[in-house]
Design a protein around this ligand. Structure first.
Ligand code: ZN
Length: 251
């Protein structure tokens, strides 16, 4: 048994394998350790090859295939924050500690993607980029997609400055619907945003059926030891990870 978080909607599609490893997966998990990432892939899709990137909060999503040069590198070049594939031999991974992670799969099992969705990436259009890539490379219309957002910093805790609010608004994320008042410990009032809800709203705006979107409830900042949180622990924070793959064979 692995203690991975799995989304009910994705688990119902035979042919798609996925899992999210929190801080306590396999006893103790840190996605910065290659052995831990390999263990996640082993639990999710045992015969698949690990593909990972050096995330930089960019808005770039890369299409990968086993025959291409990219997956044979141990790690893709920096500046890629999302991966998509139709190749059944690959397991795509992403890391996060507060930034929500978006899983995507086409109901017909043609392609899958995993995307690191921090505010900079979301404001830069990474959700749009992922959907455009799936449609362009695999013919997956947004209406045919299932989406799930893994635990991240939620509106209860994710205090942000005006630069974040303005950047999200420029990216057509309706901040009015995702922002909440936030009371600082010193009693002053600030603002927090719920990025997961913003990602879901963007998916709907792009044509994904709201009934096909699943959001993890947990907040990584106040959710306790099951989660790594950059906001809570600072630079020493570990990383959680998500993995997704198309099953090698249809049954
Ligand atoms: Zn919280």
């Amino acid at each position: 048994m692995s203690d991975l978080l799995r989304f009910a909607s994705f688990s119902r599609i035979e042919g798609v394998r996925h899992g999210f490893a929190g801080a306590d997966a396999f006893g103790a998990f840190d996605g910065r350790r290659e052995a831990d990432l390999l263990r996640l892939v082993e639990a999710v899709a045992p015969s698949a090859r690990l593909v990972r990137t050096r995330q930089t909060h960019s808005a770039q999503v890369r299409w990968v295939e086993a025959g291409g040069p990219s997956p044979s590198e141990r790690e893709l070049a920096a500046g890629i924050d999302g991966l998509a594939t139709a190749d059944r031999s690959l397991a795509l991974t992403a890391l996060g500690a507060d930034c929500p992670m978006l899983f995507l799969a086409d109901r017909a099992r043609r392609a899958v993607a995993v995307v690191h969705c921090g505010w900079r990436g979301v404001a830069g259009g990474i959700v749009d980029a992922a959907l455009a890539l799936l449609e362009e490379r695999a013919g997956c219309a947004p209406s045919a997609l299932l989406a799930a957002v893994a635990p991240g910093a939620r509106g209860c805790c994710y205090e942000v400055g005006s630069e974040v609010v303005e950047a999200l608004e420029r990216a057509a994320i309706s901040v009015a619907t995702i922002a909440r008042p936030y009371l600082r410990p010193d009693g002053s009032l600030s603002r927090a945003v719920d990025l997961s809800t913003g990602i879901a709203a963007r998916l709907v705006a792009l044509g994904v059926d709201p009934r096909s979107i699943e959001l993890a409830e947990a907040c990584t900042i106040c959710g306790g030891a099951s989660f790594h949180s950059h906001r809570r622990s600072g630079e020493v924070a570990g990383r959680m990870a998500g993995a997704i793959a198309l099953a090698a064979e249809r049954r």
